[in-house]
Design a protein around this ligand. Structure first.
Ligand SMILES: Nc1ncnc2c1ncn2[C@@H]1O[C@H](COP(=O)(O)OP(=O)(O)O)[C@@H](O)[C@H]1O
Ligand SMILES: [Mg+2]
Length: 396
């Protein structure tokens, strides 16, 4: 049973924690929250980003790569990450002059190291699985704050993909604007949530569209030894290679799959990028053109997802996530979506870099309240289920 005091306490203060597939760092948001479900109201009281060092990033990428990973590094990373995040929480609290004793709850997404939404044969049984590390129990013990983690597992056990989960937050937050809108998050992977003007939960559609920053970042690392294409500067110097674009369209089957669907580094990781790079070298495509083409493909897959699987007129496309800083990517999106304005989530009062961190604070709060927080239309689960595992701490 969740702590009864916490369930009934109004105006709880919750820290949300997100470490995405880009492995750029951890995002933290401190919110004060009241109500629940559609009545949820929150106020952001703090935001904090702690980047990973290059060594930490490489270690995490090693954990995620089945060829170089092993149980020892995953077990170590599970504890290591919780330690890094506890340090980040401490830094944030000190930055804002806050004390851990005044925080009620942490909601931590965890770091996905493996996500396999489709069932595969395993020992004669059809199994799907997902693994988020950065143990919530370790985090609870290190911070002294009750922590909710592992949100994806319950949805997957209920027949869903375990992803995407942010659409629940999108529905909670954006329904109030009463217009048909498409919310786009550009993290390592990109995903969209369609919010209907009448706010009907059953009409919400959401799924991963394909690459977000993942192809752009990997190409930048391989071609320029830089972590990402700042504001899309390199891509904007190049031009589109029709040949490489057609190759991408042919090779990549994910955008054609009907939803519910989710993807990750398992699909858009090293193998995908290396085969693309081999073609680019063979066809002597200049480096900025490769970046331009990959960025354009990223925008195209978002538009294709809307065209093929949403099929409803929208009034605006609202972009957030780190990729929304890539002005060239946004420009290409605007060209694909022609008359539909491409806006930033900032216009709606949500910081583009912290929406997901805020979301996991809200999801932790819903868990404590015992409210189901998966959108079955998005994840494909057979039923609505309460998400998360609660890791309590000793009462002082
Ligand atoms: N100014 C910028 N220009 C282009 N890309 C950016 C910029 N700032 C951030 N990014 C991209 O955003 C990524 C981080 O986005 P984020 O939303 O944290 O993704 P994730 O949830 O996968 O960690 C970076 O890896 C980078 O690719
Ligand atoms: Mg990130």
């Amino acid at each position: 049973m969740p702590d009864a005091n916490l369930v009934e306490k109004p105006g709880q203060r919750v820290i949300g924690l997100m470490s995405g597939t880009s492995c750029d760092g951890v995002d933290l948001a401190l919110i004060e929250i009241s109500g629940s479900g559609l009545e949820t109201r929150f106020k952001v009281q703090g935001k904090f980003h702690q980047p990973y060092s290059e060594d930490q990033k490489q270690f995490l990428l090693q954990c995620m790569d089945p060829r170089h990973s092993n149980v020892k590094v995953i077990s170590q990373a599970n504890f290591l990450l919780a330690g890094i995040w506890a340090g980040a929480i401490d830094s944030m609290l000190r930055h804002y002059g806050e004390k851990a004793a005044d925080i009620d709850l942490i909601g931590s997404h965890g770091q996905t190291v493996y996500h396999q939404p489709q069932r595969e044969d395993c020992q004669g049984l059809q199994v799907n699985s997902t693994l988020q590390i950065g143990d919530p129990s370790v985090l609870a013990q290190l911070t002294g704050i009750t922590t909710v983690g592992d949100f994806r597992v319950a949805d997957m056990a209920a027949g869903g993909q375990g992803a995407p989960l942010v659409p629940f937050f999108d529905w909670l937050f954006f329904s109030r604007f009463q217009k048909n809108m498409l919310i786009l998050n550009i993290g390592g992977i990109a995903n969209i949530t369609y919010i209907p003007s009448d706010g009907d939960r059953m009409k919400v559609k959401a799924f991963d569209t394909g690459p977000g920053n993942m192809l752009i970042d990997q190409m930048m690392q391989r071609l320029y030894e830089l972590p990402y294409d700042h504001n899309g500067a390199k891509a904007s110097l190049g031009k589109r290679s029709d040949k490489l674009f057609a190759y991408l369209q042919k090779q990549d089957t994910f955008p054609d799959q009907p939803p519910p669907k989710s993807t990750g580094r398992e699909h858009y990781g090293q193998d995908f990028v290396l085969s693309l790079l081999r073609k680019a070298i063979r066809w002597r495509i200049p480096e900025p053109d490769v970046l331009h083409t990959v960025t354009e493909y990223t925008a195209y897959t978002v538009w294709k997802a809307y065209r093929d699987f949403i099929g409803v007129e929208i009034e605006s496309l609202v972009a957030g996530g780190g990729g929304s800083h890539n002005s060239f990517l946004l420009k290409r999106l605007q060209e694909f979506f022609t008359k539909i304005p491409v806006e930033n989530v900032n216009h709606y009062g949500v910081d583009e870099d912290f929406k997901e961190a805020i979301c996991f604070a809200v999801l932790a709060h819903e868990c404590i309240q015992g409210n189901p927080a998966n959108l079955t239309a998005a994840t494909g689960a057979k039923r609505n289920v309460v998400l998360g595992k609660i890791c309590p701490v000793n009462k002082s």
